[in-house]
Design a protein around this ligand. Structure first.
Ligand code: SAH
Length: 257
């Protein structure tokens, strides 16, 4: 398809995909954090089924696979990410039990009571935290787990600049106690929550993007969409450094009643 036939929206998405396919992770996280979250989950065997919703290129999925003996299906809306995901699984000799598929998180292709563990790092916001917890509940077996990371406020009050940034980006951002209460209301026992350490954002996310941003701008000189995307990421990084005492990502782990 020629670019003339694409809507601006589609064109933006292809830029976003290309940009983030160049990074190891598409959201804040770390190997240690994935392993820590996994440590709260019991009874996983080589028969267990895990789904990783909004898996991206699979940075965290491969860590999960290396620390749990289960079958894992990664789900993402973007075929480019899933191609990288499956190539990563192949390279790590995990493709006999780790497979990526293209599907929307709003309509997951699984049966009721089929899944032992639903994983989702930095992605549930795309459907909305509460809606995701509610709608995905049916796919879990009784006693199955959900583990998601989600943007959260650390305090009841915060400066106007960061408040308005998040109200625009994701108004469902909320405090940790409110997120825990929503999890309980959706039919899970809140098993654990912990705040992702700063290095998940700085070293593993924003710093990783610095060379990608330079390469990207060199590849598309004078392209306004590319420049806007890079400017937006740089702005987010500045905001994080300025306001990191007020917000961050939190892992929420729940067990289906
Ligand atoms: N879990 C990865 C990626 C997080 S970024 C990590 O932590 O690195 C969020 C991911 O959600 C992206 O890969 C994006 O393509 C995917 N996504 C966005 N909307 C989606 C939807 N409606 N259904 C499935 N995946 C979606």
């Amino acid at each position: 398809m020629s670019t003339e036939n694409k809507s601006i929206h589609e064109f933006d998405y292809s830029f976003i995909c290309e940009y983030f396919a160049m990074t190891r992770r598409q959201g804040p996280g770390s190997i240690e954090v994935t392993i820590k979250a996994l440590s709260f989950i019991d009874h996983l065997t080589n028969e267990s089924k895990i789904i990783d919703v909004g898996c991206g290129t699979g940075g965290q999925t491969m860590v999960l696979a290396q620390h749990a003996p289960c079958h894992i299906t990664g789900i993402d809306l973007f075929p480019t990410f899933i191609d990288h995901f499956n190539a990563n699984a192949e390279e790590l000799n995990l493709s006999h039990r780790v497979n990526g598929i293209v599907a929307p998180m709003e309509n997951l292709p699984f049966s009721e009571n089929e899944i032992d563990l639903i994983w989702s790092e930095g992605a549930i916001y795309n459907i909305g935290y509460e809606r995701g917890l509610n709608e995905w509940h049916k796919f879990l077996k009784k006693g199955g787990y959900i583990a998601v990371s989600e943007a959260s406020w650390f305090t009841d009050e915060r400066p106007e600049e960061i408040e308005s940034f998040w109200m625009d980006a994701y108004p469902q951002i909320d405090t940790i106690p409110n997120k825990v209460a929503q999890m309980q209301k959706a039919g899970y026992i809140p098993v654990a929550t912990f705040i992702l350490p700063e290095n998940c954002w700085t070293d593993n996310y924003y710093l990783q993007q610095v060379t990608v941003q330079e390469d990207f701008l060199m590849k598309y000189p004078g392209n306004e969409t590319a420049e806007a995307l890079v400017a937006e990421q740089r702005h987010e990084s500045l905001l994080y450094n300025k306001y990191k005492d007020f917000y961050g990502y939190v892992f929420y782990i729940g067990k289906k009643l």
